[in-house]
Write a protein that binds this ligand. Structure first.
Ligand SMILES: *Cc1c(COP(=O)(O)O)cnc(C)c1O
Length: 228
């Protein structure tokens, strides 16, 4: 069985090779540790091994872990679907949100961001795989959404996020990530962030400009949804 430290090394080496192959500085790619379904103790271990950024999908689960880990200076990222009634707690308890895909949610996050906190870092989630995926705004809606979100005072629009339809075909993986990169550049808003790439497709994402790769399985092992 591999330890968490071994897994971090293996991921760092995958990022390193992919970045070098693409002529990129490996340091321009950051690792977001996706810890959904994993216990707070796993995050504590990841912190001890040097990780600082943690991604969670479910609000209640995240809040429980944040409480258990309040002694650590972790940076918390919300990466799951967002319901309106969850925006207040998300605005109060996270540093980043990667999964904003409509204006109403962005407006609520902005209004509910406490005045004594820095603006909430935002990525707009885009549906780059057409009908196959339910989450994310349509590429055609993105320019208007990005413009409106960039004007909200409680938020800082940083970039785009996508979860393309899973495929083992490297060229298809790269095509989806290239689309997201292109959309980001077409916005001409000076955005510095592309949140794309997971355990199975991080090489393709890094090749196409990812600045955050969101890694769960390759870091913490397979998730067991059967556990209570
Ligand atoms: C679960 C999840 C990940 C991590 O996926 P792995 O395949 O386990 O690396 C990344 N991003 C989002 C939005 C997720 O929900």
């Amino acid at each position: 069985m591999s330890t968490l430290a071994d897994n971090i090394c293996a991921i760092a080496s995958r990022i390193d090779s992919a970045a070098r192959a693409a002529g990129r500085d490996p340091a321009s790619v950051q690792l977001l540790a996706v810890s959904k379904t994993k216990p707070a103790s796993a995050i504590r271990e990841a912190y001890a091994a040097g990780l600082r950024d943690v991604g969670e999908n479910y609000l209640q689960e995240a809040l429980t872990k944040q409480q258990a880990l309040s002694d650590l200076p972790l940076i918390w990222h919300f990466i799951g679907p967002i319901q309106s009634n969850k925006t207040k707690a998300i605005a109060e308890h996270f540093d980043w949100v990667h999964s904003v895909d409509r204006l109403k949610i962005a407006q609520r996050l902005s209004e509910q961001r406490p005045a004594n906190m820095a603006p909430l870092n935002i990525c707009l989630q885009v549906n780059v795989s057409g009908e196959a995926s339910k989450s994310g705004c349509a590429p055609a809606e993105l320019p208007a959404l990005a413009k409106a979100v960039s004007a909200l005072p409680g938020l800082r629009l940083r970039g785009l996020m996508a979860i393309p339809e899973p495929t083992e075909e490297r060229s298809e993986q790269e095509a989806a990530f290239a689309t997201l990169h292109q959309l980001q550049q077409q916005l001409e808003l000076g955005l510095d962030t592309l949140s794309m790439g997971m355990s199975h497709d991080l090489e393709a994402a890094v090749a196409q400009g990812a600045t955050w790769v969101r890694i769960g399985t390759a870091l913490f092992g397979a998730r067991d949804y059967g556990q209570p």
